[in-house]
Design a protein around this ligand. Structure first.
Ligand code: UDP
Ligand code: MN
Length: 235
């Protein structure tokens, strides 16, 4: 029996929400032994989302975690998905003892092989993410299957310049750090969260996806749809 993967997916209401969750659910349907933690940045549950989750056949938990207003008002740099991911972490702390945690945004694209790979995680694993920043890639730099640094388009003085899609941690490792949460600090969420975990060295990082030579997840972004109220005359 393989280890449970807890997939934490932040989501929020917009025209693209159902299409994104449809696509992601169709990927996750093909993965064995997962629990899908879908956390909506909303005040109340969406019956449409609930219906989608129900019919997916995936073992799931649907939860709410609205972004606090104080952060919502910061129009420029929103800490997107932070309350959602923290809610997922809390759920895992209360409900799991073993398994793997992976943060899977609703709009990214996942190769099924990614899930086989992250199931190997003993403590913390990392792997390349395609289509991140102008460079088009965020990844550990690896030589002879040994970590030598990070390649990322946005260093910003971070110790761990990585995207949420680019790492997985074991539940055991998370549980050793009871106070590790994700901060509401746009641009620094991953770095500060990883620093709040039990200290680990770069050498401890498990380099997945064939020593980080394969891209198995892409930080795709869906073009926003802006429905207008302009009427079109149909003749
Ligand atoms: N998200 C959210 N509330 C928001 C904006 C985004 O819960 O107000 C979620 C979104 O569904 C996604 C994650 O947070 O799963 C990251 O957001 P987004 O994809 O917009 O950010 P990106 O990293 O692609 O710029
Ligand atoms: Mn995104």
């Amino acid at each position: 029996e393989s280890l449970m993967i807890y997939v934490i997916t932040p989501t929020y209401k917009r025209p693209e929400q159902i299409p994104e969750l449809t696509r992601l659910s169709h990927t996750l349907r093909l993965v064995k032994n997962i629990t899908w933690l879908v956390i909506d940045d909303a005040e109340s549950k969406s019956s449409v989302v609930e219906k989608l989750l129900n019919k997916s056949g995936i073992r799931y938990e649907y939860m709410l975690a609205p972004m606090p207003n104080e952060f919502r008002s910061n129009k420029k740099y929103l800490p997107r998905g932070v309350s959602n991911r923290n809610k997922g972490i809390t759920w895992i702390r209360n409900n799991a003892k073993t398994g793997i945690i992976y943060f899977a945004d609703d709009d990214n694209t996942y190769d099924l092989k990614l899930f086989e790979e992250i199931r190997k995680t003993k403590k913390i694993s990392m792997f390349p993410v395609g289509l991140v920043t102008h460079l088009g890639l965020s990844t550990p730099i690896v030589k002879n299957c040994t970590f030598i640094g990070f390649y990322d388009g946005y260093y910003a003085g971070r110790k761990y310049p990585v995207d949420f899609a680019g790492f997985a941690i074991s539940v055991e490792f998370l549980l050793k750090s009871p106070n590790a949460t994700i901060p509401f600090k746009a641009g620094y969420e991953e770095d500060l969260f990883l620093k709040r975990l039990l200290p680990f060295s770069f050498g401890d990082i498990e380099l997945l996806a064939s020593c980080c030579t394969e891209i198995l997840v892409w930080h795709t972004q869906t073009k926003k749809n802006h429905p207008t109220r302009k009427t079109t005359m149909i003749k």
